[in-house]
Structures are given as C-alpha cells and as structure tokens.
Design a protein around this ligand. Sequence first.
Ligand SMILES: [Zn+2]
Length: 170
Amino acid sequence: MGSGALVLNATYEPLCVVSVRRAAILVLSAKAVCVADGDGILHSARNALPVPSVVRLTRFVRVPYRTHVGLSRRAIFARDNWRCVYCRGPAETIDHVFPRSRGGRHAWENVVAACAKCNHTKGDKTPAELGWRLHSLPAAPKGIAWRVLGHRAPDPRWADWLDLREAEAA
Ligand SMILES: [Zn+2]
C-alpha cells in the first residue's frame, strides 16, 4: 500500500499522486476509472477491488499550470539521478555550489546532490576555487513528470503516462 496511485486527468495528463485508499474511493464513487492495477486486492465492507496503480478522472478538471517544483532533498537527488555532480559517485548529501556561509542561495540553481567525500573536501569553497567542474549545471526541473515525481520514486507501472526520460534530462 506504500507507493500510492497516479491520478490522470480525463485527458490522460498526469495530475498528482494520491494514496491507494484515496484512489480506490475515486473509483468506487465513479469519479475515476482504474487504468492500471497494482498488486493485491482491496477489501471493504461491500467491495473487493484490485489495488489501483493508475486511475483516470471521468471528468476533466482544470488545474492551474504549476511552474514551480518544490525544492526538497528527494527532488534534488532525483534531478541529479542520485549521483554526485562532482565525481559521479553515489550521492548521499546536498551541497550548495556557492556556499551558504558566503551567501549562496538555497535554490534549484545552487543546490546539487554530492557524495559525502566531495562535500567534505569542498567545505566552504566554490568549485572554481578547487578547480572542480560540475557534470551538469543545476537548474529547476521541468516537464510534466515533475508535477508528480517531486517527492516520490515513480512506480514503474506509471512509465506509460510519464515521460521519465524527460524528467532525468531536465
Ligand atoms: Zn563526489
């Protein structure tokens, strides 16, 4: 029950991720139809329903276009593919490219995923001062997948509806 369900608009545009329970209620109340099942069966007093993995709303809802993706630790790791931007090793920390202690901003353009070793070595220096290069320039992620992927790992069953490569390249 942990992964949640992807909600699509009537137009198949991804909208958000909700709990499996919430998705089941949408299906049972005919507000949505299940388009991909997850694992297992949900039982309620009257119904048994396959666990929904992707549901589509039966009526189109107009949503304001969200231009801003929340800056979370998880979203930063996802944007940088869980790799250190300095050495490409597995990232386990967040680094401010221009150090916070020297006025660096906590913003998409200045935060990157980094391994503990690079982060420690870098300290409060800038990459230029160390002669380091970033493997990719940090930027705010773009693309539809980011509306729903900012805070969770995607369920592989959602791939048909989300352009995951777009998210990685962003
Ligand atoms: Zn590193």
